[in-house]
Design a protein. Structure first.
Length: 180
Protein backbone atom coordinates (compact mmCIF):
# COMPACT_ATOMS: atom_id res chain seq x y z
CA UNK A 1 0.00 0.00 0.00
CA UNK A 2 1.32 3.44 -0.86
CA UNK A 3 1.55 6.27 1.64
CA UNK A 4 -0.96 8.45 -0.19
CA UNK A 5 -3.55 5.67 -0.07
CA UNK A 6 -2.97 5.27 3.66
CA UNK A 7 -3.47 8.99 4.23
CA UNK A 8 -6.73 8.99 2.28
CA UNK A 9 -8.03 6.09 4.40
CA UNK A 10 -7.11 7.95 7.60
CA UNK A 11 -8.83 11.03 6.26
CA UNK A 12 -11.94 9.04 5.54
CA UNK A 13 -11.96 7.45 9.00
CA UNK A 14 -11.54 10.86 10.60
CA UNK A 15 -14.30 12.31 8.49
CA UNK A 16 -16.82 9.64 9.54
CA UNK A 17 -15.69 9.79 13.14
CA UNK A 18 -16.24 13.52 13.13
CA UNK A 19 -19.70 13.05 11.59
CA UNK A 20 -20.58 10.51 14.29
CA UNK A 21 -19.40 12.82 17.05
CA UNK A 22 -21.41 15.68 15.58
CA UNK A 23 -24.49 13.46 15.24
CA UNK A 24 -24.10 12.27 18.81
CA UNK A 25 -23.64 15.83 20.02
CA UNK A 26 -26.95 16.79 18.41
CA UNK A 27 -28.70 13.98 20.23
CA UNK A 28 -26.95 14.65 23.53
CA UNK A 29 -28.11 18.27 23.69
CA UNK A 30 -30.97 18.42 26.18
CA UNK A 31 -34.27 19.66 24.82
CA UNK A 32 -35.28 22.08 27.56
CA UNK A 33 -38.64 23.43 26.44
CA UNK A 34 -40.78 26.51 27.06
CA UNK A 35 -44.11 27.57 25.50
CA UNK A 36 -43.16 29.85 22.58
CA UNK A 37 -45.73 32.59 23.27
CA UNK A 38 -45.36 34.82 26.34
CA UNK A 39 -48.23 34.39 28.79
CA UNK A 40 -49.75 31.47 26.86
CA UNK A 41 -51.13 28.41 28.65
CA UNK A 42 -53.03 25.21 27.85
CA UNK A 43 -56.09 27.26 26.93
CA UNK A 44 -54.20 29.08 24.17
CA UNK A 45 -54.12 26.08 21.77
CA UNK A 46 -56.29 23.12 20.85
CA UNK A 47 -55.21 19.73 22.16
CA UNK A 48 -56.12 17.98 18.89
CA UNK A 49 -54.93 20.49 16.32
CA UNK A 50 -51.82 18.54 15.27
CA UNK A 51 -52.36 16.53 12.05
CA UNK A 52 -55.92 17.86 11.98
CA UNK A 53 -57.70 17.23 8.67
CA UNK A 54 -58.95 18.92 6.50
CA UNK A 55 -56.71 21.94 6.84
CA UNK A 56 -56.62 24.50 3.97
CA UNK A 57 -53.87 24.31 1.40
CA UNK A 58 -51.61 22.11 3.55
CA UNK A 59 -54.22 19.32 3.76
CA UNK A 60 -53.37 18.43 7.32
CA UNK A 61 -52.19 20.75 10.07
CA UNK A 62 -48.52 19.95 10.71
CA UNK A 63 -48.19 22.01 13.85
CA UNK A 64 -50.10 23.82 16.54
CA UNK A 65 -51.66 27.30 16.59
CA UNK A 66 -51.11 29.30 19.75
CA UNK A 67 -53.49 32.23 19.97
CA UNK A 68 -52.52 35.54 21.56
CA UNK A 69 -52.92 39.28 21.11
CA UNK A 70 -51.08 40.68 18.10
CA UNK A 71 -47.59 41.81 19.08
CA UNK A 72 -47.22 39.35 21.98
CA UNK A 73 -43.63 38.15 22.31
CA UNK A 74 -42.63 34.91 20.60
CA UNK A 75 -39.73 33.10 22.25
CA UNK A 76 -37.59 30.15 21.28
CA UNK A 77 -38.82 26.87 22.78
CA UNK A 78 -35.36 25.30 22.95
CA UNK A 79 -31.67 25.90 22.54
CA UNK A 80 -30.66 26.13 18.92
CA UNK A 81 -29.27 28.06 16.02
CA UNK A 82 -31.40 30.32 13.84
CA UNK A 83 -30.97 28.95 10.32
CA UNK A 84 -33.53 31.02 8.41
CA UNK A 85 -35.55 34.20 8.79
CA UNK A 86 -37.71 35.74 6.09
CA UNK A 87 -41.05 35.95 4.36
CA UNK A 88 -42.67 32.97 2.65
CA UNK A 89 -46.13 32.71 1.07
CA UNK A 90 -48.03 30.50 3.53
CA UNK A 91 -46.05 31.15 6.69
CA UNK A 92 -45.61 34.90 6.26
CA UNK A 93 -42.72 36.09 8.42
CA UNK A 94 -41.02 32.95 9.67
CA UNK A 95 -38.08 31.90 11.83
CA UNK A 96 -36.44 28.47 11.61
CA UNK A 97 -34.28 27.21 14.47
CA UNK A 98 -32.16 24.07 14.36
CA UNK A 99 -32.46 22.58 17.83
CA UNK A 100 -31.46 19.48 19.80
CA UNK A 101 -32.02 16.01 18.28
CA UNK A 102 -31.67 17.43 14.75
CA UNK A 103 -35.12 18.98 14.90
CA UNK A 104 -36.15 22.16 13.13
CA UNK A 105 -38.48 24.48 15.00
CA UNK A 106 -40.70 26.56 12.75
CA UNK A 107 -42.35 29.81 13.93
CA UNK A 108 -44.82 31.35 11.47
CA UNK A 109 -47.22 34.29 10.90
CA UNK A 110 -44.93 36.58 12.89
CA UNK A 111 -45.59 40.29 12.99
CA UNK A 112 -41.97 41.10 13.65
CA UNK A 113 -38.79 39.08 13.60
CA UNK A 114 -36.37 39.89 16.43
CA UNK A 115 -33.46 37.60 15.72
CA UNK A 116 -30.73 37.04 13.15
CA UNK A 117 -29.60 34.15 11.03
CA UNK A 118 -26.82 32.08 12.68
CA UNK A 119 -27.50 33.48 16.12
CA UNK A 120 -27.84 31.07 19.06
CA UNK A 121 -31.11 31.00 20.92
CA UNK A 122 -31.97 29.61 24.32
CA UNK A 123 -35.36 28.64 25.75
CA UNK A 124 -37.37 31.78 26.44
CA UNK A 125 -35.27 34.06 24.25
CA UNK A 126 -37.28 36.57 22.22
CA UNK A 127 -37.27 35.87 18.46
CA UNK A 128 -40.36 37.74 17.24
CA UNK A 129 -43.97 38.66 17.89
CA UNK A 130 -47.39 37.16 17.18
CA UNK A 131 -49.01 38.39 13.98
CA UNK A 132 -51.25 37.54 11.05
CA UNK A 133 -48.77 37.36 8.18
CA UNK A 134 -48.95 34.75 5.41
CA UNK A 135 -52.16 32.73 5.27
CA UNK A 136 -53.15 33.91 8.76
CA UNK A 137 -54.18 37.21 7.14
CA UNK A 138 -57.70 38.14 8.23
CA UNK A 139 -57.72 35.48 10.95
CA UNK A 140 -57.21 35.73 14.70
CA UNK A 141 -53.52 36.47 15.46
CA UNK A 142 -51.63 33.31 16.38
CA UNK A 143 -48.26 31.66 16.25
CA UNK A 144 -48.10 28.58 14.04
CA UNK A 145 -45.45 26.36 15.58
CA UNK A 146 -44.11 23.12 14.08
CA UNK A 147 -41.32 20.72 14.93
CA UNK A 148 -39.80 18.88 11.98
CA UNK A 149 -37.12 16.22 12.22
CA UNK A 150 -34.18 15.88 9.84
CA UNK A 151 -33.83 12.25 10.89
CA UNK A 152 -36.96 10.40 9.73
CA UNK A 153 -39.03 8.63 12.39
CA UNK A 154 -40.23 5.74 10.23
CA UNK A 155 -42.29 4.23 13.06
CA UNK A 156 -44.65 7.24 12.94
CA UNK A 157 -45.83 6.44 9.40
CA UNK A 158 -49.44 5.31 9.15
CA UNK A 159 -52.16 4.87 6.56
CA UNK A 160 -53.92 8.13 7.43
CA UNK A 161 -53.99 11.39 5.48
CA UNK A 162 -50.41 12.25 4.44
CA UNK A 163 -49.36 9.41 6.75
CA UNK A 164 -45.99 9.09 5.01
CA UNK A 165 -45.06 12.67 5.92
CA UNK A 166 -45.60 11.88 9.60
CA UNK A 167 -42.03 10.58 9.78
CA UNK A 168 -40.76 14.14 9.40
CA UNK A 169 -42.90 15.79 12.07
CA UNK A 170 -43.08 15.74 15.83
CA UNK A 171 -46.30 16.54 17.68
CA UNK A 172 -45.45 19.69 19.67
CA UNK A 173 -48.54 19.53 21.90
CA UNK A 174 -47.19 17.08 24.54
CA UNK A 175 -44.12 19.33 24.87
CA UNK A 176 -46.32 22.41 25.31
CA UNK A 177 -48.44 20.61 27.90
CA UNK A 178 -45.35 19.58 29.85
CA UNK A 179 -43.71 23.03 29.71
CA UNK A 180 -43.96 25.47 32.54
ZN1 LIG B 1 -51.21 26.53 12.06
Amino acid sequence: MTTTKKISIYKRVWFWLLCLILLGFGFALPQRFVIPVLGANKGSYHQKSFWYYPWGRSGVHKGVDIFAKEGTGVVSTTHGMVIYIGEISMGGNVVLVLGPKWRIHYYAHLKEINTRVFSWTSPGELIGSVGTTGNAKGKAPHLHYSIATLIPYFWQVDGGVQGLKKMFYVNPIPYLNAAR
